[in-house]
Design a protein around this ligand. Structure first.
Ligand SMILES: Nc1ncnc2c1ncn2[C@@H]1O[C@H](COP(=O)(O)OP(=O)(O)OP(=O)(O)O)[C@@H](O)[C@H]1O
Ligand SMILES: [Mg+2]
Length: 398
């Protein structure tokens, strides 16, 4: 068989018909010949031809039964089958096409027409195979892109957690530093008093001064340790929820304030202020970690995009209840977002600060978190010149 030529299998019980078709097509194609349906199916399975020409009236099994076997075997079901038959009624043609034939040629036929039809079918089959191959490749490329995107999003969450850890470590530095300095001061003055006592040189005024010093220092150590303990508590609360795994009932006002405590080093550094206004007794059932990721992203965005070099911006988190829903608004008083940008900001990888190394994933993560975790919705009002505003609505219990 000529390797380069496309292969046509002719299944016909009449030797004359087979010889005629063979003669007609052998110049352009490699030809296989079978003289009944069973032999035809066997050869099709063995050689996987590009096209099958099938007679209808044959002994043993006829063309209709043969095509049923071909179309039910997935190894060969995609090979186009063309009936070529002396039966020329419209009904025969309909049955043939209904059984999955690609075309139906009645005898007697004009040879150039047969050649042209077969050529067209083979071209369209080639195109179909090409499209199928490209679609498969595109699907694989899409899956792999999606996978990379998910990995990037996961990585971004870790970066956020890393930033939190760095921020809290920085914040803890001050109270713990104060505690250490004060405690070592206490040790020094105690040593001095102890020496004076041993040498019998301890005066009442010195002792009074020492007692005052102990009092001041222990107050300072206590407040530093309390501040450290508060910071650690907030951090534990916010960081432990980063896995977003545990659903619970919690006080939203307290939780939002804990988030701001953890973000405090960043907020202080930025020179902006962030206020929370939330009903004090509002308890919701949801995934608390989702809120810390959302608020941190909003804050970082306002800080990075809203104010250029300006400090003293004001951000407000305003929470209210509407029926069974909670509405959380985050707004800043920066430059706002134009309506052209507003349409794109939730898309993955959309950023206006690519050249500053931003990935454009923050608001995409926020969007997914709101929709998939809070089971709510989010919209943005860009308010150019006045400040962007993000409105999130979610059920108070999920
Ligand atoms: N508060 C805001 N004020 C003005 N523009 C904003 C504000 N928040 C977001 N944007 C615009 O929306 C775009 C998309 O925000 P998103 O958080 O998705 O990406 P990013 O901040 O640029 O990058 P990343 O969050 O990955 O660091 C930003 O590039 C910015 O142009
Ligand atoms: Mg961002």
């Amino acid at each position: 068989m000529d390797e380069k030529k496309q292969v046509i299998l002719i299944i016909d019980d009449s030797e004359i018909n087979r010889a005629l078709l063979n003669h007609l097509l052998m110049g352009e194609y490699s030809i296989l010949l079978a003289n009944d349906g069973y032999q035809g199916v066997e050869m099709a399975l063995k050689h996987l031809p590009d096209l099958i020409l099938l007679d209808i009236l044959m002994p043993n099994i006829d063309g209709y039964e043969t095509i049923k076997i071909i179309k039910n075997n997935e190894l060969i079901s995609k090979i186009p089958v063309v009936f070529i038959s002396g039966l020329d009624s419209v009904e025969d043609e309909r049955i043939g096409l209904d059984l999955g034939a690609t075309d139906y040629i009645s005898r007697p036929f004009a040879p150039p027409i047969v050649i042209a039809r077969i050529r067209n079918i083979l071209i369209s089959v080639k195109q179909r195979d090409l499209v199928e191959k490209q679609t498969k490749e595109l699907k694989e490329a899409y899956e792999s892109l999606k996978h990379s995107q998910n990995q990037l999003i996961e990585a971004e969450k870790f970066i956020y957690l890393g930033e939190l850890v760095a921020g809290v470590a920085h914040e803890l530095n001050t109270p713990i530093g104060i505690g250490v300095t004060t405690a070592s001061h206490l040790r020094d003055v105690t040593n001095k008093i102890s020496d004076a006592f041993s040498n019998n040189t301890l005066k009442k005024s010195k002792f009074d001064h020492y007692v005052k010093s102990i009092n001041d220092s222990s107050n300072l150590i206590l407040s530093s340790l309390q501040r450290s303990s508060e910071l650690i508590k907030s951090f534990k609360l916010v960081a432990a929820d980063q896995g977003l795994s545990e659903k619970k009932s919690f006080n939203l006002n307290d939780y939002l304030n804990s988030i701001l405590t953890v973000l405090n080093p960043e907020i202080k550094k930025s020179g902006h202020i962030v206020n929370v206004k939330c009903p004090e007794q509002l308890c919701i059932t949801n995934y608390p970690g989702a809120f810390s990721s959302i608020i941190a992203n909003f804050f970082m965005n306002s800080q990075k995009h809203a104010y250029k070099d300006r400090t003293k911006g004001e951000m407000n988190i305003i929470v209210s209840e509407e029926d069974q829903d909670v509405v959380l608004i985050f707004k800043d008083n920066g430059q706002g977002i134009t309506s052209a940008l507003e349409k794109k900001i939730f898309e993955p990888f959309f950023t206006t600060k690519r050249n500053e190394g931003r990935a454009g994933l923050g608001l995409h993560i926020v969007y997914n978190t709101v929709v998939n975790i809070l089971k709510g919705n989010i919209r943005c009002e860009g308010n150019p010149g006045k400040g962007a505003q993000f409105i999130i609505r979610f059920p108070n219990k999920i």
